[in-house]
Ligand binder design. Structure first.
Ligand code: ASN
Length: 306
């Protein structure tokens, strides 16, 4: 096992991967700054975190008489940050998700990863999707321009995707392709695409006139690289949030402060999402397994040695 770690850290691919990652992260920061979007620091501990729409093991710590969770995402916190004068923000947000071992098969699930969290006041899904398409095109064009040697070493050919990206309704894809429709379509696609309206966590907005329709989206990488980003317009009304929490049989008590803030009516309508950094690097480098872009193994189910 130690030998494997040694060869992994000595691989000639590593400097190339890290150079591409460095250029990509700088391109993200530049794009945000160009659009006047400030950066916030991560939120790592909170009594509440993303319930997610799949099961993971708890990652909790005790602090005096409190139980704090290591954040699985900061999605719940994001709209609250926009209660005042801030119009939007982004964050390189590290997350812990103690995934079940079966997730290792997807090639894109880590138990420790970083996502680019973004959230904007007065954005609807269309505006957010346009913003993200600009971001993706900017990042890819920077990597093509600045990392020719590294891409060559990795045998990776990248193209700047044309916009606007195609959009598909999840229900239509499911009817044609069945389970795993996003991965199946990703395999045969040459360009990133969006999947709309997925039944997900309580915080994504459900249409009041059309129950069961969610104003959310996933961005999917092409060439079989699968999910890149998920996000949505948010539920910002107390009544809707509480209804959806009950529908999902969630324990309400830990969310008390959050709910009290919603009840004041100060939380604005927002839209946002989170773009996986390691998934982005995996796509840019063309490496098939997400495990190849991290320094130490952090794959679902992996034994953590160092
Ligand atoms: N951060 C994502 C969002 O903004 C969701 C997630 O990480 N589960 O919607």
């Amino acid at each position: 096992m130690v030998q494997k770690l040694i060869s992994r850290l000595s691989s000639e691919k590593l400097p190339a991967i890290l150079r591409i990652q460095t250029v990509a992260l700088r391109a993200i920061s530049d794009y945000m700054e160009g659009q006047n979007v400030p950066q916030i620091m991560p939120i790592l501990l909170s009594p509440i975190t993303d319930p997610l729409n799949h099961e993971v093991f708890d990652a909790e710590v005790s602090y005096y008489d409190q139980r704090l969770q290591l954040t699985r995402s900061i999605t719940i916190h994001k709209p609250l940050i926009l209660m005042g004068h801030l119009k939007g923000f982004f964050c390189f947000s590290p997350n812990i998700r103690l995934e079940k071992a079966e997730k290792s098969k997807t090639g894109r699930h880590l138990i420790e990863f970083t996502q680019v969290e973004m959230e904007f006041k007065e954005f609807d899904k269309k505006r957010f999707m346009g913003f993200v398409e600009g971001l993706v095109r900017h990042v890819i064009s920077r990597v093509i321009a600045e990392c020719a040697d590294e891409l060559k070493l990795l045998g990776r050919k990248l193209e700047i995707p044309e916009g606007p990206f195609r959009t598909f309704e999840s229900s239509e894809l499911a009817a044609v392709l069945g389970e795993g429709y996003d991965d199946k379509l990703s395999e045969t696609s040459r360009q990133p695409f969006w999947v709309l309206s997925l039944k997900r966590e309580f915080y994504d907005r459900e249409d009041k006139e059309r129950r069961g329709y969610y104003h959310n989206y996933d961005l999917i990488w092409p060439e079989g690289f699968g999910e890149a980003l998920s996000g949505g317009e948010r539920e910002f009304e107390y009544k809707e949030v509480i209804r959806k929490m009950k529908e999902r049989h969630m324990e309400i008590e830990p969310y008390e402060s959050y709910l009290r803030i919603l009840k004041t009516g100060n939380v604005p309508r927002t839209a946002g999402g989170g773009l996986g950094v390691e998934r982005l690097v995996r796509f840019l480098t063309g490496l098939r397994d997400i495990d190849e872009v991290t320094l130490f193994p952090r794959k679902a189910g992996a034994k953590i040695e160092l």
